[in-house]
Design a protein around this ligand. Structure first.
Ligand code: ADP
Ligand code: MG
Length: 422
């Protein structure tokens, strides 16, 4: 690193000019002045005045002056490939910088040099200084490789290097896409069934959009129907896209969950999005799923919401419907019930619990300040969860189970059909 910096320094030449000085914040006079019609040559970037004064040149004359001075001082071992940087020092307009750059480039070309990835703009300024500088860096193979590389720093950005978070997300996307490519036909078929579940979720949300909005308007901000609709529409689109790429259940759910939280807005969107992602991560890319897997997915779904929202039972949120749902579901599976029966029982428990939230005062979320108004009406998020779980249960019950491959995972005889990808 140090070696590279030293080498770059040895191979770099800069020369700046100022048509006026800069004024430090709080100072009542500029650090230096340049007489009218004059130009100061060889200024310092920290506001130091130039080393000599010249009559104000034309742009062509200035280009000639800067290029000839730098070429006269070219470093030992200089090749023919150079980086040219025209840097504005604070108050020179970009069109003037570009005009000058055009002239400089021609002169460098005429001198037999190839300009590599030039920069023209305000890269290092000196407050409000009216001035500019030309820098030439004579490249070798190693430096050219680094100069051409994308960069992302607070002061200098170049190329397509995304910020770290976006890079990591992109990497995760790539991994997920690879996973999708590696999904077997059976896994992709389950992915398709998962997407069909989202289509059902959208239908029930559309059917109740207005009602959910009205319920949220009693003590909240009235957007629960719209928010759920936006989220689920995006989730369905993302799920369908994943299916087209042959994705597994895990990939379908994570893509749908990401889209949901991104598009829905509002508290419920963030909660639903992360819950769907968590369920997707729990289910992963498999050729078949057992009741155990379904239990793990439901647990992950509920945990994601309680971890993110931190609502307690009785706070009058969707958690009041989620917890009875999970308890009933896990209890039924434990008792040997087939998945579809466990789901139907859990959905009924969620519905009863959602109705009961009418007796509660909201202690979390936007409805809190209007707690009294909310009394007598159920919590919108609990109601929408109950409606959705009921619709999924009904949908899965109507899908005829496909014959299962006899793997140890699925041969438990618990009656778990291949569509257990809720
Ligand atoms: P917003 O409150 O941002 O307008 P919505 O209207 O779409 O979002 O959703 C409101 C619902 O979100 C509430 O009815 C409640 O069920 C749920 N909710 C709000 N805060 C929380 C929380 N901290 N934990 C779980 N659920 C919550
Ligand atoms: Mg709302």
């Amino acid at each position: 690193m140090e070696r590279l910096a030293i080498k770059t320094n040895h191979r770099t030449r800069s020369l700046g000019v100022a048509f006026g000085g800069c004024t430090l914040p709080g100072a009542d006079a500029p650090l230096f002045t340049v007489p009218a019609g004059q130009m100061s040559l060889g200024l310092g970037i920290h506001g130091e005045p130039g080393i000599s004064e010249h009559p104000l040149p034309t742009a062509s004359e200035l280009a000639e002056l800067l290029v000839s001075r730098l070429l006269a001082d070219k470093p030992d071992g200089a090749g023919t490939r150079v980086v040219a940087i025209v840097n504005g020092l604070g108050t020179v307009k970009y069109d003037e910088l570009f005009l000058l750059f055009g002239k400089i480039e021609k002169l460098l070309d005429a001198a037999g040099l190839t300009v590599v990835d030039p920069e023209c703009g305000e890269l290092v300024t000196s407050l409000d200084m009216s001035g500019l500088s030309l820098t030439l860096l004579w490249l070798d193979e190693e430096l050219e490789r680094y100069w051409a590389a994308p960069a992302d720093t607070p002061a200098f950005r170049k190329g397509n290097l995304a910020p770290r978070a976006r890079r990591e997300l992109a990497a995760a996307d790539e991994t997920a896409a690879e996973e999708a490519e590696q999904a077997t036909t059976a896994a992709a078929d389950l992915g398709r069934q998962a997407a069909a579940v989202f289509a059902q979720v959208r239908d029930v949300v559309v059917d109740h959009e207005e009602e959910l909005g009205n319920l949220d308007a009693i003590a909240g901000d009235g957007d629960h129907g719209i928010g759920m609709r936006r989220g689920v529409d995006a989730a369905v689109a993302a799920a369908e896209q994943s299916v087209a790429a042959g994705a597994s259940v895990g990939r379908v759910l994570t893509a749908a969950g990401e889209a949901w939280s991104e598009r829905a807005g509002g508290t419920s969107g963030a909660l639903w999005g992360s819950a769907v992602i968590a369920a997707g991560l729990a289910l992963g890319n498999r050729d078949s799923y057992s009741g155990q897997d379904a239990a793990a997915a439901v647990t992950a779904f509920v945990d994601a919401i309680t971890e993110l929202g931190k609502a307690e039972p009785g706070d009058k949120t969707m958690v009041d419907a989620l917890l009875p749902f999970r308890e009933t579901f896990l209890g039924a599976l434990d008792g040997g019930a087939p998945l579809r029966d466990a789901l139907a029982a859990a959905a009924a428990a969620a519905q009863t619990a959602a109705d009961r939230t009418a007796d509660l005062r909201p202690l979390k979320g936007r409805a809190r300040p209007l707690a009294e108004k909310s009394l007598g009406h159920p919590d919108p998020g609990a109601v929408s969860f109950a409606l959705i779980s009921e619709r999924i249960a009904r949908h899965l019950a109507s899908v005829r189970a496909k014959p299962e491959p006899a793997t140890p995972d699925t041969a438990s005889g618990a009656g778990n059909g291949a569509q257990r990808n809720d």
